[in-house]
Write a protein of this length. Structure first.
Length: 114
């Protein structure tokens, strides 16, 4: 079973996108969930994390622009991305934190034009 991310696309700088990731209910309720991104030629990096309860975490480069949330009833984790910048261009993935090798999906491409 993989976690499928969706919602990516092409947007101009300053625009917004909302990414979604559907997960098995048990995983979502009991596990830290994260959004990761991968730049060409680079390793995946954690962008945002949301625990089952408690405080979310964001990498400094997205603080104040991205918001991670979860809807346990819909078994979905979201990443609201506002004020997008060209340097946010990457493939975005969701996974547990720490990530599970078996849960990586294909990701969703986010492209921000200047």
């Amino acid at each position: 079973v993989q976690l499928q991310a969706s919602g990516g696309g092409l947007v101009q700088a300053g625009g917004s996108l909302r990414l979604s990731c559907t997960a098995a209910g048990r995983i979502l309720r009991t596990t830290d969930m994260g959004w990761f991104r991968q730049f060409p030629g680079k390793q995946r990096e954690l962008v945002a994390l949301i625990p089952p309860d408690g405080t979310s975490y964001y990498v400094d480069s997205v603080k104040g622009r991205f918001t991670i949330s979860r809807d346990n009833a819909k078994k979905t984790v979201f990443l609201q991305m506002n004020s997008l910048k060209p340097e946010d261009t990457a493939i975005y993935y969701c996974n547990t934190v720490p990530p599970s090798a078996t849960l990586w999906g294909q990701g969703t491409q986010v492209t921000v034009s200047s």
